[in-house]
Ligand binder design. Structure first.
Ligand code: SF4
Length: 264
């Protein structure tokens, strides 16, 4: 089947058409969410805990982050005021299981400094800013790339942005929906366009299939339907990446998305 090229910003992404790519993404969501249900991301008790987790999860497995978060919780350091006044060395030791602990501790302190200077120490005030403006500010912070910024915006601040990670990119490439040269921004834009009118209701029901977590204070607080959709789609894509779409040996024959693979 002939493929057409289309443009998102300046680079090329290929598929049969923009409309087809958007339909495929909606279908991916329909299949995975139908299969696994609500994933209850992000597992945290407060927006600050989400911010901390978004930094800690860089370059490490979530299980290591859980250990670091447990240490912080045991020392009451998931409270913004306590974190602000704690010595850097105390934070470093607490988050040691997450790896790169010195770098991550100093970057988290930088974030708190930014919050204090710019928003009088208020996460509510920070998250009340327009999405594009706040995103640009977060991206200026040392150690905050697009995935971390968007995780903070979506999961801690309920801003309607889609988080693109390595699993997302791999899935799109394997299904012929994006070229390897597609940028983070192009993929983010494609997902946000595809899902802008898809509404997902929140549910308290727990599903530990896919990449599901137990319900938490953050995963059950009310949020807009579009935010909920971006939240769930990112989570189920992580689920498919962990369970089936590995880097070297994808298990397509068992994967719920097998029917969507392009013909060879
Ligand atoms: S495992 Fe195969 S079918 Fe599943 S998402 Fe990856 S490429 Fe698609």
């Amino acid at each position: 089947m002939a493929r057409l090229l289309f443009r998102l910003d300046s680079d090329l992404v290929y598929t049969e058409s923009v409309r087809s790519a958007e339909q495929q993404i909606r279908e991916i969501y329909r299949i995975l969410y139908g299969e696994w249900g609500a994933q209850h991301w992000w597992p945290a008790e407060s927006p600050f805990e989400v911010v901390v987790g978004a930094y800690l999860t860089q370059n490490t497995a979530w299980t290591n982050v859980e250990h670091a978060i447990a240490h912080l919780r045991a020392q009451s350091l998931l409270d913004l005021e306590a974190f602000r006044t704690a010595p850097l060395a105390t934070i470093e030791q607490a988050i040691r299981p997450a790896g790169y602990f010195r770098q991550k501790a100093s970057r988290l302190k930088l974030f708190v400094g930014f919050l204090d200077r710019r928003y009088a120490g208020s996460l509510d005030l920070m998250f009340a800013q327009p999405t594009a403006r706040l995103r640009a500010e977060l991206l200026e912070l040392t150690g905050v790339g697009p995935e971390t910024a968007d995780s903070i915006l979506l999961y801690a601040g309920d801003h309607p942005v889609f988080v693109v990670d390595a699993y997302t990119r791999r899935l799109l490439e394997r299904h012929g929906l994006a070229s390897p040269s597609a940028t983070y921004e192009q993929i983010r834009q494609l997902f946000e366009q595809s899902l802008s009118d898809v509404k997902t209701a929140q549910t308290a029901r727990a599903s530990l299939q896919g990449a599901g977590h137990q319900p938490s204070a953050m995963s059950t607080r009310p949020r807009p339907p579009a935010v909920q959709t971006f939240n769930e789609l990112h989570a189920v894509i992580v689920g498919v990446g962990k369970r089936y779409c590995s880097k070297r040996n994808p298990d397509c024959s068992s994967c719920p998305l097998q029917t969507l693979l392009p013909s060879p």
